[in-house]
Design a protein around this ligand. Sequence first.
Ligand SMILES: Nc1ncnc2c1ncn2[C@@H]1O[C@H](COP(=O)(O)OP(=O)(O)O)[C@@H](O)[C@H]1O
Ligand SMILES: [Mg+2]
Length: 261
Amino acid sequence: MPPVLEVKNLVKTFTLKRGLFKRKKLFAVNDVSFSVNEGEFFSIVGESGSGKTTIARLILRLLRPDRGEILFKGKDIFTMKREELKQYRKRVQIVFQNPFTSFNPLMKVKNIIMEPLEIHSIGTRKEREEKVKQAMELVNLPLSFLDRFPDQLSGGQRQRIGIARSIVVNPDIIVADEPVSSLDVSIQAQIVNLFLRLHKDLGITFIFIAHDINLVRHLSDRVVVMYKGRVVDYGETGKVFENPESEFTMKLIKSLPPIEF
Ligand SMILES: Nc1ncnc2c1ncn2[C@@H]1O[C@H](COP(=O)(O)OP(=O)(O)O)[C@@H](O)[C@H]1O
Ligand SMILES: [Mg+2]
């Protein structure tokens, strides 16, 4: 499969103020390159602060890099103009880490899921309602939830709403930034299995971000391991974890309890 997304020599720094006059440059993402193939389950793994969310925000074009480029189907996303960018923003959706803060608490579930259809002017009112219902079915939630508000749902249910909202526009890529790490362990496996099913049934390309290497190992076709803003391992999941190049990955693997799935 050809790459659908290519990240090339990406650098993102933040300037930190240290006292009144001192400033320090932090390399949150430091010369990162990888490519994601069409239809694959790709993961970015690394400890907290390693630059994962910054990469996600760059991919979504919520941030601009200092250097480097991101190509979507061969086209640099940072040079895209209005219409092209709008298309790109439809093709690439995000599921956030925290389903407790990512929704407007005053919006009903149906409006939360419908919003991306409205933003992208997809379908008539009736067609939108139909798509919202289909998305609810795909994430295994009852239609009776459509009239609820987010605070009337559990964490797992809210994350399912987040997933429904991301799939309703029929995207090519879903970027999921630690989508299960704020959930109870008992719920995590259900949500992970939902991602796997959507990947398989809908053919969506996943960029799954996690700090839990066990999870990534179980899920992904290929993986990048990040450490302090840099890529320290990259390749097929089996190969990376059987024969890692970096000491960091080796340490991560050694610190693991045996896989239970
Ligand atoms: N807006 C920001 N301003 C300053 N520093 C930031 C900002 N966003 C992220 N950082 C810093 O960049 C580094 C990488 O952060 P992040 O991408 O959130 O890592 P991760 O998602 O892997 O935990 C961290 O040191 C973080 O503190
Ligand atoms: Mg993060």
